[in-house]
Design a protein around this ligand. Sequence first.
Ligand code: 2PG
Ligand code: MG
Length: 418
Amino acid sequence: METIIGLKGREILNAKGNPTVEAELITSSGLHLFASVPSGASTGKYEAFELYDGGTRYGGRGTLTAANTISTSIRDALIGMDVTRQSEIDGLLCSLDGTANKSRLGANAILPVSLAVARAAASSMDIPLFEYINSMQAMGSMGIPDIIATVISGGVFSPSGLEFEDYMYVLGGFEAFSDQLEALVRLRRHLEKIVCGQFGVVPEDGGALAPPIRSSEEAFDLMLECARDLGLEDHVSLGIDVAASELFDEGTGTYSAGIGHRLSKQKLIDRYVALCEAYPLTLIEDGVEENDFDGFCEISTRMPSIQVVGDDLFATNVSRIQTGIEMKSANTLLLKVNQIGTLTEALAASRLAQSNGMDVIVSLRSGETEDDFIADLAVGIGARQIKLGSPVRLERNTKYNRLLRISENLSAPDKKSF
Ligand code: 2PG
Ligand code: MG
């Protein structure tokens, strides 16, 4: 039996230069495993709580308290436990916290421990992490996901006033994952050339370009021109993450769509329908605000052939996913482990979605770390897609690179890559 003999929390920096938390776990046979948590910028109301120190250090965003919790109370509770008892350990972490949204210890203290435990279990069994995750999931087959990548940023990620948050290429139809990734690199490079040729040097956010454009039509035209130039138009369609909760004004019940424009829900959905008619738009994430299960249902009814994705809507939370299933709100779950705070709960979320015929997209957060756990997660649960962003930032490429290794492994299972 492989047991936990040491556990330490540490404050580290994410890709945005903000503090986050890493767990370091030591097992009885001497394994050292690390895991860290990302954080979002456009976080939903129903996400698990991230605990920050307050005060003046790092503008109040320090994570020493959460890191210290790992080294003390979580450590004391977990010492001696068998690393293969993931659900028991996650249950214990939840009960140590004792709140519905992990607001006492912080999900940023709980999640890195949960992920490090899974890594330790896989290592102790001498199997790759994705295989271990698949065995815990007990449903569906493993597979390399297709890529969804934000290449143009708007909303809170851009100073431009461009109406929606993420403009994404939805890739598909490639023989090999490596071909798909190479195509994405070419798309991102060529798009930069087109955009900079037109606007000069433009700001970037997490590798996505933020040109001074205001309308989705302009973003789509740039993206399609780029795909056509490279002869890749049959391999890409378009997606948007509206992140509509960021645009919603509760008082008036309206949405801001770009600077100076306010739209009713009806007009906003009409706008999606018009965009779908004019462009190969196949994916709309968070098209209305996070409480509006009916609004999501209306999007699904009016555009039955696209992927209607719930991110802030579901918050990787089984009870919200259950409501969405009953109300036929969306056909796709965006799965973000730190929205819920333990691996066991994230797996339950994907199991519920998949067993009800929904697609799952495993997603990063805008404030990522170098941890590549979500690549194994996506493969292990057989997610249809993974949302990782532009492949020009190492915090994103660690995940792409892990998928390259895994895809080699899956095509030649005798040559295991761990
Ligand atoms: C999202 C992600 C990535 P964040 O909304 O899907 O764009 O953003 O991690 O800031 O929530
Ligand atoms: Mg989103």
